[in-house]
Write a protein that binds this ligand. Structure first.
Ligand code: URP
Ligand code: ZN
Ligand code: ZN
Length: 480
């Protein structure tokens, strides 16, 4: 199957230029003006539109078993919704239960993800530690194309990783050339604050942000960064939601440390007033961790993106419907944590970022696609419009608008945190490895068409850091 996209303006993280883009056998085969293409090639007219790399969402949780239930969005519905919104690849998470072998969990998630309509890969969480975990990490990196491991510093008595696990796992990541990533919240403090709030009779969703204040996130982010600094390993902080974490990242980067930060579309545009709604279902639908923050933190996150201290945007797409959220009706700590967003991230980032002048179009591509591909080592196969790259492409109409609603979205959830927001700038076409999977409102996602994307270990950066680490090793003093 071949497709040519004619007459559009190509926008990548680096450049903006007029060109046709010809796609053949799933790849971008040619880029240039007035391309000659074989007879029978399907033509997409992109006049007046932008032609950009498909979005990469580096943080999703499809059908995650979590907090006594399972996320309602599966790998098919979730990736299909992503395609409708211009996201063509995701990096989801394998999360082994404590004591569960990493390889068992990995195979379980690979089985679930077979039905994906869009391309996908996995970060694997390290939730416990022994020699078998160390060995499985090597197997995952060397044989299965996993180059990042996740550590939850929160969720005590469930999947929380303590400092001993962080130190062991970060050291292993350095040996293997894999990126350690962290959910930064001090789980001990959250646990204590939750108990204090419940004891005071504050049991509703309004207690959720009170149990996870910014300082709790900032402390954990700072601790993880300092551990990474001592271990001489790069680190990626997921869903940075507040000034305190951003400051820890910025400080470390200014010292030359290799630290990366991700923020969520939701955290950029939704504030913590949602938790004070008198409607339990509405407030509970916004319960996620870290919670939505005050506008002051939102402003800081935008500056973090603009200044380059935050490099990626994600959604943490983790859907729970109202009956699932109702499990926490009398106890906010039992509300399953998670919100949706995969379908809307690109439009939110364009509308709130590009239309407002906060981001250039090239920066939009960087933070929605290219930077994730670079950090997780799949660039330029993903995240670029270059000859030979996967033909994951969106054709973007900057003049068209849509109003976001749970009534019309494709996501398998009964709520939309962006409900009622009108966004200007929408995809008219989405190509996933050269297949036209979305066209003017017609979603043509195919169950099982998504491919698993292997990600190589990061040798150059890590080799340099390992050398530096070895050079820094203290020497014993030779005494007579
Ligand atoms: O509330 C959230 N974010 N749920 C998903 C799990 C996680 O912490 O990423
Ligand atoms: Zn998290
Ligand atoms: Zn998450």
């Amino acid at each position: 199957m071949s497709i040519v996209i004619r007459g559009g303006t190509v926008v990548t993280a680096e450049q903006t230029f007029s060109a046709d883009v010809y796609c053949e056998n799933g790849l971008i085969a040619a880029i240039g003006e007035n391309l000659e293409v074989p007879a029978g090639t399907e033509v997409i007219d992109a006049t007046g539109q932008y032609v950009m790399p498909g979005g990469i969402d580096p943080h999703t949780h499809m059908q995650l078993p979590f907090m006594g239930t399972v996320a309602s969005e599966d790998f098919y519905t979730g990736t299909a919704a992503g395609l409708a919104g211009g996201t063509t690849s995701i990096i989801d998470f394998v999360i082994p239960a404590p004591q569960q072998p990493l390889m068992d969990a990995y195979h379980q998630w690979r089985d679930w993800s077979e039905k994906s309509a869009g391309d996908y890969g996995f970060h694997v969480a390290v939730t416990w530690w022994d020699e078998s975990v160390k060995q499985d990490m090597a197997t995952l990196v060397q044989e299965y194309g996993v180059n990042s491991f996740k550590h939850f510093m929160a969720y005590k008595n469930a999947i929380m990783a303590d400092d001993e696990i962080l130190v062991n796992s970060f050291a292993r990541c350095l040996e293997l050339g894999a990126m350690p990533t962290v959910h930064a919240e001090n789980g001990e403090l959250v646990f204590q604050l939750q108990k204090d709030l419940l004891a005071k009779g504050i049991t509703g969703p309004e207690a959720h942000p009170l149990s996870r204040p910014p300082v709790v996130e900032g402390e954990a982010a700072n601790r993880a960064i300092q551990i990474a600094q001592v271990m001489q390993v790069p680190i990626y902080i997921v869903h940075v939601s507040c000034k305190e974490s951003l400051e820890a990242i910025t400080r470390a980067r200014n010292e030359g440390q290799r630290v990366y930060g991700e923020c969520l579309a939701g955290h950029l545009v939704i504030d913590d007033s949602v938790y004070r709604s008198e409607d339990f279902a509405f407030a509970a639908a916004h319960v996620m961790s870290p919670p939505f923050r005050s506008k002051e933190h939102q402003a800081a996150l935008w500056k973090g993106l603009q200044g380059g201290n935050l490099q990626t945007t994600a959604t943490d797409h983790c859907c729970f419907c109202a009956p699932q959220k109702a499990a926490g009706k009398d106890d906010f700590t039992k509300i399953p944590n998670g919100t949706a967003g995969i379908e809307d991230r690109m439009a939110i980032m364009w509308d709130a970022g590009v239309n407002s002048g906060k981001l250039t179009m090239n920066e939009f591509v960087a933070v929605t696609s290219a930077n994730s591909a670079k950090i997780f080592n799949i660039y330029p196969q993903k995240g670029s419009i270059t000859t030979g790259a996967d033909a994951d492409i969106i054709v973007w109409d900057p003049e068209a608008s849509r109003t976001i609603s749970a009534a019309t979205h494709h996501q398998n959830i009964d709520f939309n945190i962006f409900e009622g927001r009108t966004v200007k700038g929408v995809p008219t076409h989405t190509l996933s490895r050269g297949n036209l999977v979305y066209k003017d409102g017609d979603l043509r996602a195919v169950k099982g068409a998504g491919k698993y994307v292997k990600r190589q270990a990061f040798s150059p950066v890590f080799e340099a850091m390992a050398k530096q680490s070895a050079a820094n090793k203290a020497q014993p003093v030779n005494r007579k």
